[in-house]
Design a protein around this ligand. Structure first.
Ligand SMILES: C=C(O[C@H]1C=CC=C(C(=O)O)[C@@H]1O)C(=O)O
Length: 482
């Protein structure tokens, strides 16, 4: 179990360690951390985070479930800084700090799709060292408290903040409130707008200014009642597709990015790197024979293979100066509950002077979410899309010394709210000033031979998974309340 007493004991241990270093220590900056074994079912962690008032709040689970984290509060945050290269250099510098105490520190966070197009109240990129985290790894669970100090002078303020965080923790886990029904649904672009965007993109592809571009659609659901990202995470997790990363990052209470992604950006353990090309899709069918045909069609369609091969080509090009022994896995099909994808794994060994930052900058974003070549695809996306992608199609995960893993934040939503003095449409109550918004995103890769109607259906397919889960959850809640 985890309770107030054990966390207080853990804090006392951390304070003692830091006090001793402040008196005797000579090396600065330091990361000081203590770990306490706990037993609290990780399935409860999102619920536990949802009742806390401190931010940031992060939940992230590794695709094979080898690591789960619930992180709360920040001992050190790096965000925005214009260039991702500056931010990543900052994280590397932090990780070179002297570590005092137990285990190996990890910074958590990531980068949005295009840092020049952030969401409101959400920086383009952010990494933080959690003040408090729960981590499950190798069959063990720990509570971890951490602080980062550039000098002893910072300790009194940071100690106070930690004490405040620990004393403000909430321990009772109420039932999640029921999920309301949305009152309005709006697609951007709509089906007609999509036709125009695809036409313009295919023209650029035909003129050879681009080989592939990934365009997206935003479905905005508007609610009259509060919706929390944690409710959505619950839905995604209960109906979790095999081998996906469930994640939720809130930078303000009740607002954040949430999703369940099948795609890994990369994983790095010591010097061994794995990454993948996940692109090219076919719908699933309830009929087993038809479903097998769809899956086989992925492996025989030249157009779908092109979609995937631009990603492979990009990965090979970008990694060439940074790795040795690059090897491609077999082209395969990854089947999720609603959709099949073409999938090819890539593995390599880092060269001796290659860093995590080099790999992150080289790979993100891949043509699975952007296109190829990157610059012209970016231009088309900027010309055609009418909203910022923010952290949709970004990268989210952890970064430690010689260790990192990031998922690509697709199959995701931005949960936020707006305040206005007008209703959004006639169904909204006139005096209802706060609108709760769930922006769902889905994207589709366009190459020579793509058809706007089929790509629109693919976007539907990707959205339908979530829409169905949500419908079920709202109905189940309504029944439970009878
Ligand atoms: C960009 C998305 O999916 C990517 C990943 C798998 C298959 C894709 C496709 O077939 O277009 C996309 O490249 C998304 O789901 O929003």
């Amino acid at each position: 179990m985890i309770d107030r007493q054990s966390v207080s004991a853990c804090l006392a241990k951390l304070e003692k360690l830091v006090d001793t270093h402040c008196i005797n220590g000579t090396t600065w900056p330091i990361i000081c951390r203590v770990m306490l074994p706990i037993s609290l079912d990780p399935k409860q962690w999102p619920n536990w985070l949802s009742v806390q008032s401190v931010v940031p709040q992060l939940y992230w689970q590794q695709r094979e479930q080898t690591l789960t984290v619930a992180a709360l509060g920040s001992a050190d945050t790096l965000k925005d800084m214009g260039l991702v290269s500056e931010l990543t250099a900052g994280v590397e510098k932090r990780l070179a700090s002297t570590v005092i105490g137990d285990g190996i520190p990890r910074y958590w966070g990531g980068v949005g799709f295009d840092q020049t197009q952030p969401w409101q109240n959400f920086p383009g990129a952010l990494f933080f060292l959690p003040s408090l985290s729960l981590e499950a790894q190798g069959g063990q669970q720990h509570l971890i408290l951490q602080t980062y100090l550039e000098h002893a002078d910072q300790w009194p303020i940071k100690r106070l903040a930690l004490r405040k965080l620990v004393s403000g923790l909430r321990w009772s886990l109420p039932r999640q409130p029921s999920l309301p029904h949305y009152v309005h649904c709006h697609d951007e672009p709509n089906a007609e707008g999509w036709q125009q965007q695809v036409k313009a993109s295919l023209k650029a592809i035909k003129q050879r200014s681009c080989d592939k571009v990934v365009l997206s659609r935003r479905r905005r659901l508007i609610f009259n009642h509060s919706v929390s990202p944690w409710q959505l995470l619950n839905i995604w997790q209960t109906s979790r597709p095999h081998l996906s990363y469930p994640f939720c990052l809130c930078l303000q209470p009740g607002e954040g990015v949430v999703g369940c992604s099948p795609e890994q950006l990369f994983s790095l353990k010591n010097r061994a790197l794995t990454t993948e090309a996940l692109a090219g899709s076919m719908p699933r069918s309830a009929d087993a024979e038809r479903d097998a045909q769809c899956s086989n069609a992925l492996l025989s369609s030249a157009k779908l293979q092109r979609e995937n091969q631009w990603v492979v080509k990009f990965i090979q090009q970008q990694l060439a100066p940074l790795v040795k022994q690059l090897a491609l896995g077999q082209l395969n099909v990854k089947s999720l509950p609603y959709i099949h994808h073409l999938f090819q794994s890539v593995s390599a060994q880092l060269l001796s002077d290659t860093t995590v930052a080099d790999i992150l900058r080289a790979l993100h974003p891949t043509p699975a979410v952007k296109g190829f070549p990157a610059h012209s695809a970016q231009q088309i996306i900027r010309d055609q899309e009418t909203y910022p992608r923010g952290w949709y199609a970004g990268a989210l995960g952890y970064w430690g010394n010689n260790q990192a893993e990031f998922c690509v934040t697709i199959r995701s939503a931005h949960v936020h709210r707006t305040v206005s003095n007008r209703g959004v449409d006639s169904k909204m109550q006139p005096g209802n000033a706060v609108h709760y918004l769930v922006d769902l995103f889905s994207g589709a890769g366009l190459v020579e031979g793509s058809e706007a109607d089929l790509e629109w259906q693919e976007l539907d397919q990707k959205l339908s998974q979530f829409m169905e889960y949500m419908q079920h959850a709202a109905t189940d809640n309504a029944i439970a309340q009878l």
